[in-house]
Design a protein around this ligand. Sequence first.
Ligand code: NCD
Length: 332
Amino acid sequence: MQQLNTMPKLFNLDAMRAPPRIGNGITGDDIISVDQFDRAKLTYIFRRAEEMREMVLVAGGCDLLRGMVLACLFYEPSTRTSASFIAAMARLGGRIIPITQGVQFSSVSKGESLPDTIRTLEQYADVIVLRHPMEGAAHIASEVATVPIINAGDGAGEHPTQALLDLFTIKEELGHIDGLQITMVGDLRYGRTVHSLTRLLMQYDVNLRYVSPEILRLPMLLMNGLIDQGIEVRETHDVADVISTTDVLYVTRVQKERFSDPEQYEEVKNCYVITPDLMRQAKQNMIVMHPLPRVGEILTSVDSDPRAAYFRQVQNGMYVRMALLAAVLGRA
Ligand code: NCD
């Protein structure tokens, strides 16, 4: 023991772990809410995402994050978010600890607390992506973690990386964001992707339309935020009221898992269905988006319509998450 204490320190591990700051204001940060992103940071991430796409199309991948490890900790089901983070890390040459196939196979099923699980994973990983059913979970994790925490959805709270890829998709598809009329449809109350996208759009000069049943209206706090920002907002129960003037139709699933009363879910589950007939009333240069999974809100017969952008949106998710991981880990 004595000998160990007197051995010269070969490496300063803390210094090796601290990512170099590269001036984008994101390096080393937790990503908990979209409120952390001003327009300059968004522009930076989107530019990097475009570069990532070029790189993947030309070379398939690179070594930017070689030697780095991402832990993916998912307490709720996921296909796209988990797979795209894993693909993003893999394409940048990093490695992954995937705890995504049900935390029942981890010590969570033995009763381990979220802070203990986080403090364990940070011993192995340089960054942790967390999805959890409780609103505020990512913030709690960030308070105990010494490595960056990326919020991949905290209950009905936020889903910041989804909103980044949604906004990137709008920009890629339509060329700009200011001046657009954006309509969000479905579960505006529990849909965390709607909450994050709404917050992000507060920074732009857009018109927002919200279509939902009465019980699934956008939370008052967000509505008041929009009004305070001077954004023109309209609420309605009927997609037909707004479809012909819409540039972006953002459709969402009714979030069954957030309902305490199953009967209430049954009442609203099929409230909106986007059909080819409805699409005939829409602009020729509009787009339809959906964070997916869909459970009947958009008929599959709409998929062949060139305005159906939801699978292109999925692909953008990987490029945006590549850009975000590189930024958070300080690798330009
Ligand atoms: C969304 C989510 O998990 O909030 N999915 C996703 O991440 N792409 C939307 C949903 O589950 O309805």
